[in-house]
Design a protein around this ligand. Sequence first.
Ligand SMILES: [Zn+2]
Length: 111
Amino acid sequence: MLELNLRRQNSKVEICPKCGLPLAACVCGEIAKTQQRIKVTTEKRRFGKVNTMISGFDNDVDIKEIAKKLKIKRACGGTAKNKIIELQGNHVGHIKRILVAEGFSEDQIEE
Ligand SMILES: [Zn+2]
């Protein structure tokens, strides 16, 4: 009877499809953060405006969430799509510090 209960409990545990660990113990998202190489560049837009592009994120990273934090910290507008964050204005020199605070490691970011 006890065994049956245990089995029933185990079947409720959600398993990460990537590493096979229970989601509570899964670190795939953290690993993804340390393996990618992130690039910060600028792109000229119409009317002489310059935007900051942050690219190189892995699929596992929630870039919408990161974009939200960058926009708040830099007090600017921006978008997050196709794994690229685009911020309005030139923010080169400020992005790395914010991403490091978000758990990325300094040497994986080219700014
Ligand atoms: Zn996992």
